[in-house]
Design a protein around this ligand. Structure first.
Ligand code: HEM
Length: 331
């Protein structure tokens, strides 16, 4: 007979699945979208992801971030993957996206799926699956990915102004998330994605050297812990440094856990946008609760929930868009 704990777990899983399924259905996506046209799609993506991360473990963060940057500009339609053409500068070549990585891995998975099921699986779906598997393989939570996204044919550099910049304050972050149908809870939960990966010095060095424009050693962000500031200055020695990489969650930047919140609570979040989560009572309460380290299960469930929401933002379905043959080119 199933134990009470197992029954409760099963009940929670069923509830979650139905919430995810209903949000996906509302967006026109389906859990079993490729069941007759490419039944092994999830297995193929997963197998490739195991190989990709075995060869390059640091790609887990970038592959999660690619999906976020895809969904925030024209919806999750693979527009972030398109190359510029002589007539058009694509999202990929806009400033916020110059630090993206992992495009080659996406194409590798696409090629593998074109062999198995030609012309069937969209690049937008591939990104959604790769982001999920990246988190799972980094020992984070899993979530069901409903499928059936179509690939867009348009990618415009200027539209990346819909991506929140690292300098954003709380009000701006809330507005930018709301514009994508995401709430304050999604903001604080998805910011937890910064448990993975690295950041270039120049994306936060204004906090170390030039916070108000005075550009001197006293011109620092008062919201940044002084000891941490000194450590960051020793790594990022000038405002101009745009090459040095910093682990966003030092010591565990390859594993998905709740330690991001411990850092933010200690005023050691790397970006102004991370620190901004302490400036609002509701997000501060979430950060402080997670900083105790006692509620990681809750963070994992929340992250899974918010990813399901984010991965359905403004998707193209049905006869909209196309199924690209190459992720970097319209057909
Ligand atoms: C809340 C607003 C956000 C801002 C302002 C922001 C900003 C940034 C910036 C500036 C970087 C550094 C890029 C680099 O220097 O290479 C970064 C990295 C990253 N972001 Fe965010 N981000 C936000 C939300 C998110 C969300 C929602 C996710 C995913 C759920 C995410 C996942 C990541 C990951 C995984 C990295 C590391 C990438 C790597 O290792 O190359 N971020 N973010």
């Amino acid at each position: 007979m199933a134990s009470m704990a197992a029954m409760v777990t099963m009940g929670v899983a069923a509830l979650f699945l139905s919430a995810a399924a209903s949000s996906a259905m509302a967006a026109g996506l389906q859990m079993d979208f490729y069941s007759s046209t490419c039944p092994r799609v999830e297995e193929i993506v997963k197998d490739e992801m195991v190989e990709i991360l075995r060869a390059a473990p640091t790609l887990a963060g970038p592959l999660l971030r690619l999906h976020f940057h895809d969904c925030f500009v024209r919806g999750c339609d693979g527009s972030v993957l398109l190359d510029s053409t002589p007539a058009n500068t694509a999202e990929k070549d806009a400033t916020p996206n110059l630090t993206l990585r992992g495009f080659g891995s996406v194409q590798r998975v696409k090629d593998r799926l074109e062999q198995a099921c030609p012309g069937t699986v969209s690049c937008a779906d591939i990104l959604a699956l790769m982001a999920r598997d990246a988190v799972v393989l980094a020992r984070g939570p899993s979530w069901p990915v409903a499928l059936g996204r179509r690939d867009g044919r348009v990618s415009i550099a200027n539209e990346t102004n819909q991506l929140p910049p690292p300098t954003a304050n709380f009000t701006r972050l809330v507005q930018m998330f709301a514009a994508k149908g995401l709430g304050v809870k999604d903001l604080v939960v998805l910011s937890g994605g910064h448990t993975l990966g690295t950041a270039h010095c120049n994306l936060f060095s204004d906090r170390l050297y030039n916070f108000t424009g005075a550009n001197n050693l006293a011109d620092v962000d008062p919201a940044l812990d002084a000891t941490y500031l000194a450590r960051l200055r020793s790594r990022c020695q000038s405002l101009a440094d745009n090459t040095t990489l910093n682990e966003m969650d030092p010591g565990s930047f390859l594993s998905f856990d709740a330690s991001y919140y411990r850092l933010v609570a200690k005023r050691r979040g790397l970006f102004h946008s991370d620190a901004a989560l302490l400036s609002d009572p509701a997000t501060r309460a979430y950060v402080q609760r997670q900083a105790t380290g006692l509620f990681a299960d809750e963070f994992f469930r929340d992250f899974a929930d918010s990813m399901v929401k984010m991965s359905t933002v403004d998707v193209l379905t049905g006869a909209q868009g196309e199924i690209r043959k190459k992720c970097y080119l319209v057909n």
